[in-house]
Design a protein around this ligand. Structure first.
Ligand code: ZN
Length: 277
């Protein structure tokens, strides 16, 4: 690979990490990445991979490459927020620990499954020190965005992670939505992650000796500008503007706009086929 291709390749890595979020789900995910990064950089390099291995055991061998993936506040279901525009507030399902604590459970099924998840994780975590278990708890609290949860003992960490990440309990909850209808969803407020990522991108461009992003390159396209680009994509090669390289929101809008145009074209074409009255 030539030097310039290497340079572009490393810049693409930067873009993958700091791309401007394109939806509410992207923003929330970016926020969680930052929370996890804050706690993770205090730990030794192996801690996160040990943590992911234990979550994988709890989830029947499912593999995870990040805490963002492993500790999913949406119980590994579609969030429904990937088509919403970027924002700073999101409603997520209650944590399974909250559901277990606050839902009437006359048959004791919830408590029994919670106990099983707890026991499974407790037996696994015996090989770790109390400090390492405490740090697992910090990663999980960041992943689930539950800053108010205090986990003062190893037992409390095992309980929090086992119940919130355990696949069997999660499946039981998903199959019995009526059990936790009364438990309110969590409303989570977070910073403007588009602005946060924009600043990080500027820093990364400077660190990689790239020409700084100009103010017009950091601004999102208007609908009119996107319509113009959609009419003739060659405009992109004539504009000295790198915005589409850094903004998932504008890329999504362009794709959606194009899909709508294709759809109406198809309807138009199909409308022209068939017997003429
Ligand atoms: Zn944009």
């Amino acid at each position: 690979m030539s030097d310039s291709l290497h340079e572009i390749d490393s810049l693409l890595d930067v873009l993958n990490k700091f791309m401007l979020p394109g939806s509410l789900e992207d923003c929330f995910q970016a926020y969680r990445e930052e929370l996890i990064k804050i706690v993770d950089k205090r730990f030794n390099a192996n801690l996160q991979s040990w943590f992911l291995r234990e979550i994988s055991v709890l989830r029947g061998g499912e593999e995870f490459t990040s805490v963002v993936e492993a500790c999913d506040p949406f119980l590994h279901l579609p969030s429904g927020c990937d088509s919403l525009p970027p924002g700073v507030q999101i409603a997520v399902p209650p944590l399974p620990t909250t559901i277990v604590d606050s839902t009437p459970d006359p048959a004791g099924n919830l408590k029994r499954l919670a106990r099983q998840e707890f026991e499974l994780l407790r037996s696994r975590l015996q090989m770790y020190t109390d400090d390492e278990i405490e740090n697992f708890g910090k990663l999980a609290v960041a992943g689930y965005v539950a800053p108010d949860i205090l986990l003062p003992t190893p037992e409390s960490v095992v309980s929090f992670i086992g119940i919130n990440a355990g696949a069997k309990l999660e499946q039981y909850l998903i199959n019995n939505l009526h059990l936790w209808k009364a438990v309110p969803r969590r409303q989570i407020h977070f910073p403007d992650m588009v602005a946060v990522r924009r600043k990080q991108l500027e820093e990364q461009f400077a660190a990689n000796n790239r020409e700084p992003l100009r103010p017009e390159e950091l601004a999102c396209y208007t609908d009119e500008e996107l319509a113009l680009i959609g009419r003739d994509v060659r405009i992109l090669t004539l504009l000295p503007n790198r915005h589409l390289s850094i903004c998932r929101w504008c890329i999504n809008r362009m794709i959606n706009r194009q899909a709508a145009v294709d759809h109406f074209d198809r309807i138009g074409t199909e409308g022209n086929v068939g017997p003429v009255n």
